[in-house]
Design a protein around this ligand. Structure first.
Ligand code: HQG
Length: 178
């Protein structure tokens, strides 16, 4: 398989649709590397273990992670299938950022940020990342989230292995539209 297509395919099967490859994810989102590579080969998408390791190590957003002995792999965030990644709730910085596009603002002002098809709302520590996330959908706009205040009010925050901040919902009261 062409190396540049591998991350997209892994996102599909490790976050959204393991069935297309006939693999299963365990409760915490892990799947066996051997089975994954065998099934990919049988679908004409042959990838060696060395190339998979290279993709995991060099992927721009470090989207995937191996377990300790590299027998299992999972996506570090971004799932739509139900998994429990078992990240510990931790204290967020005072502010986090979310990149979106203007057409969603009216709904966001009414309903807050919702996880939509994913398991969490995704937030970042820096505005540049939020800009890139929003730019996937058009001219981006950045929302500033008062995450410190949310935390004080009892909302939980998690940080994925690849440094994406995750939370269940962001009520509109905690969102500054700039
Ligand atoms: C919007 C990529 C209307 C929200 C990125 C976003 C990220 C609402 C879209 C990761 C809403 C959901 C996640 C509401 C939220 N009404 N629209 N109440 N609440 N929205 O893709 O944060 O490359 O599920 O603003 O880099 O864009 O895949 O979330 O525009 O880290 O690794 O609904 O995906 O990472 O879209 O992106 P998404 P996201 P990867």
């Amino acid at each position: 398989m062409n190396t540049k297509h591998i991350p997209k395919f892994l996102s599909l099967v490790l976050r959204h649709n393991p069935d297309t490859l006939g693999i299963t994810l365990d409760e915490q989102g892990w799947t066996e590397v051997d089975t994954l590579l065998q099934k990919m080969t049988s679908q004409g998408k042959k990838v060696t273990m060395d190339r998979l390791k290279e993709v995991v190590a060099t992927n721009d957003k470090k989207r995937f992670a191996f377990n300790e002995d590299e027998t299992k792999i999972r996506a570090s965030q971004g799932h739509s299938v139900a998994v429990d990644l078992k990240y510990e709730a931790i204290m967020p910085p005072a502010f986090l950022y979310h990149g979106t596009v203007p057409k969603f603002l009216k709904d966001i002002q009414q309903q807050g940020l919702q996880k939509m098809s994913r398991l969490h709302v995704h937030l970042s520590e820096d505005r540049e990342t939020a800009l890139r996330v929003g730019a996937r959908r058009g001219v981006p706009t950045i929302l500033t989230i008062r995450s410190g205040a949310m935390h004080q009010d009892g909302y939980e925050f998690y940080k994925s292995e690849n440094n994406v901040w995750l939370t269940d919902t962001v009520p509109a009261d905690y969102i500054n539209l700039k």
